[in-house]
Write a protein that binds this ligand. Structure first.
Ligand code: C5P
Length: 235
């Protein structure tokens, strides 16, 4: 299933009221919300349910990574909450990913899309060496993406500069979720390798995770609307 509107707004705050106010302001303009560790650590399942109740898809970005039994139980819990996309670290291995997929399908809720995190974009080749991996980042991303695909995952979270390669290697049905997106008119902040929404979408991204260009704007709805127009998508 593809999302007609690929914009998922990253709600990176621990403040529930602020998160809900923002989400309400932009919900009719975007395809979904992404909430992560900061929001979840502060507001837990109860806070998450309030975001889900707003009625648009929610990507719960908790990047599970543990033994298969623990991950499969955690996946079962969040599927019950009604999230639409979840993710696990592909480096957790085959058994962990297969357990996660199986558990996500064992529920009364329709299973969420399951994405893998390959190599965190905060890590470079030197960082990989320090943890005992002497593989170029691109090879490791490819290896883990193919492993995730073979375990039945639906896609990966990747950087915009990996889109073309991963499309070729993993095919058209593999979901590519892409953060590090910056419209030309927005500041890049701490993101180093950015791409505009149109560029990433044209290259084949399925979901564009966009935070501060929308959430940091004085008028979040206007910023979201501007990106929708630039992407030329029909609401
Ligand atoms: O504000 P900004 O658009 O940079 O937010 C991007 C979101 O995507 C944040 O929630 C960030 O944690 C997340 N993310 C990222 N780069 C990755 C993986 C996730 O920016 N490689």
């Amino acid at each position: 299933m593809k999302y007609k509107n690929p914009i998922f707004v990253a709600i990176d705050t621990s403040d529930l009221d602020q998160a809900l106010a923002l989400a309400k302001e932009v919900r009719s303009l975007v395809g979904g919300f992404k909430v992560g560790l900061e929001f979840f650590s502060s507001n837990g399942a109860e806070g998450l349910k309030k975001v889900i109740e707003l009625g648009i898809p929610v990507f719960l970005d908790l990047k599970f990574h543990d033994i298969p039994n623990t991950v499969s139980k955690a996946v079962g819990e969040v599927v019950d909450l009604g999230v639409s996309i979840i993710n696990v670290h592909a480096s957790g291995g085959k058994a962990m990913m297969e357990a996660a997929v199986k558990s996500s399908k064992n529920k009364t809720h329709s299973p969420p899309l399951m994405a893998a995190v390959t190599v965190l974009t905060s890590l470079d080749e030197n960082d990989l060496v320090t943890v005992g991996q002497n593989t170029p980042v691109v090879s490791q991303v490819e290896r883990l993406s193919l492993l995730a695909k073979s375990c039945g995952l639906d896609g990966v979270v990747c950087s915009a500069n990996e889109i073309t390669h991963l499309r070729k290697v993993c095919g058209n049905d593999f979901f590519l979720i892409v953060p590090g997106i910056r419209p030309r008119w927005a500041s890049s902040g701490d993101q180093k390798r950015v791409m505009t929404p149109e560029e990433a979408f044209t290259l084949g991204a399925d979901i564009l995770v966009i935070g501060r260009p929308i959430t940091g704007s004085e008028r979040p709805a206007l910023a979201a609307e501007r990106i929708v127009k630039e992407l030329n998508i029909r609401q």
